[in-house]
Design a protein around this ligand. Sequence first.
Ligand code: CA
Ligand code: CA
Ligand code: CA
Length: 139
Amino acid sequence: MATRKQLTLVTVAALAVIAMPATLSWTISNAYAGKALTAADTDADGTLDKAEVDNAAAATFDKLDTDKDGQLDKAEVGNRLGKAAFAAADPDHDNQLSKEEYIAAADKYFAAADTDHDGTVDTKELRNKAGRALNRLIN
Ligand SMILES: [Ca+2]
Ligand SMILES: [Ca+2]
Ligand SMILES: [Ca+2]
């Protein structure tokens, strides 16, 4: 559901970029990035730090673990991780992600998304490739 909603927002944002003057579309696309931040950005400082990412990843894990066995299988992870990304996140190769593995995967994307190495991911960094991957794991 969340993913479909995000896709709709992306579509709306993309249409806005086509239809709107540059300044206005910039404002709108930033507003949408800000919206993606809101839930995980618990101290509301406009950036995600590692603690916020870990908390949001843990909460997302609990939400996804519909059979409550403490593990996420591929069906539960859904399209949040591609095949290769799932394998990379599953170092013990049991085809299940423990909460620790899931959070570690989010941390890996967090570190990769933080291109200015200031220890936080801002809305701009959340839009780079690793940032988008991170966003899928914490929503
Ligand atoms: Ca924050
Ligand atoms: Ca499960
Ligand atoms: Ca940063």
